[in-house]
Design a binder for this molecule. Structure first.
Ligand code: ADP
Ligand code: MG
Length: 305
């Protein structure tokens, strides 16, 4: 399927009180992908997700979910998406099984098609199926929120900071489930996280938002491609009169007398850089390398706006 799972155009949100949380977002999420939505605290990630979920009303713009316009076809667009919210908003008087049954009822899933036991098994809550939600640990409540998002077998699953502050076991359970749902059911997954390594590992594509605006949107591979840039900093024995040169190398003298040579680590090995240094007649007193990481890219993209 080549359709977009989500299509957002000109999305704006101003909260009562005047806070402009989204300032006109255009974004499409391809069907079948695992898509990461990144941004610092307060960037507008949850606002966007809650608009997708129908929990927050937008101020302007258009939202299509699985081809259904949210305003013209609210029932269909809602049925196509399941959201695991950031807040642990559970009714304390329901058991996990009860909560799933109520959720299934809300979405009009016929009794014969309900899969509560299977879903509880999947998230590791089978033995807590009859426990009151108020007796569940924080981790178990998160598992239950994921289970609730899945009862109507949505095409698109959205997870808002699912692993913030959770233990390693739960994190692994979440990610293996997410991968499985994506691989076996072709479910499109959208997740927000502020763990950049996690986004790097999980996501095919990444969008970065800051102050309610989209600042980057690319495949993870391309974003990481930006990180491929490395710099070798040479402290020469004596001031250099020639700079090293070579294919893919950019050399410059810094104010402190060191020579900074930028190169792409994937194309050029350190040995080739050192050869160019020696070929320029430079004797090396000391050497170090500088490398950007996703944190740097993220900061450079989210600092100035
Ligand atoms: P994120 O999820 O990226 O941390 P949010 O979408 O939660 O960001 O918040 C974006 C901005 O909107 C923040 O400045 C936040 O304080 C504000 N905000 C969020 N929810 C509300 C609300 N219900 N009323 C007023 N302002 C809100
Ligand atoms: Mg949030």
């Amino acid at each position: 399927m080549t359709q977009d799972a989500i299509r957002i155009e000109g999305l704006k949100k101003t909260y009562a009180g005047g806070k402009q949380a989204l300032k006109g977002i255009d974004l499409t999420v391809p069907a079948g992908s695992i898509f990461g939505l990144l941004g610092p605290n307060g960037a507008g990630k949850s606002t966007m997700i809650n608009i997708l979920a129908g929990l927050v009303t937008k101020s302007a713009g258009h939202v299509q979910i699985w081809g259904w316009d949210q305003d013209r076809n609210p029932r269909q667009s809602r049925a196509a998406i399941g959201v695991m919210p950031q807040e642990l908003n559970l009714d304390p008087f329901f058991t996990p099984r009860g909560a799933l049954e109520v959720q299934a009822g809300l979405y009009g899933v016929p009794k014969s098609q309900r899969r509560s036991d299977e879903i509880l098994e999947m998230v590791g809550l089978s033995d807590k199926a009859e426990a009151y939600a108020r007796t569940l640990s924080g981790g178990m409540r998160r598992r239950l929120l994921l289970a609730k998002a899945l009862v109507h077998a949505p095409q698109v699953l959205v997870l808002d900071e699912p692993t913030a502050g959770v233990d390693i076991e739960l994190r692994q359970m979440l990610w293996s489930n997410v991968r499985k749902l994506n691989r076996d059911n072709g479910m499109t997954i959208i997740l927000t996280t502020h763990y950049l390594e996690e986004a790097e590992e999980m996501c095919d594509e990444i969008a970065i938002i800051n102050h309610g605006q989209l600042v980057a949107r690319d495949s993870t591979a391309n974003l990481l491609g930006q990180l491929d840039a490395k710099t070798m900093v040479i402290h020469p024995e004596t001031p250099a009169d020639r700079l090293p040169h070579g294919k893919g190398l950019i050399a410059e003298t810094r104010e402190d007398g060191t020579i900074a040579i930028s190169y792409r680590a994937r194309e050029t090995g350190a040995e080739a850089v050192l050869e160019a240094v020696r070929a320029a007649g430079i004797r090396i007193r000391d050497v170090r390398t500088e490398q950007a990481d996703l944190q740097d890219v993220f900061l450079s993209l989210t600092r100035s706006t």
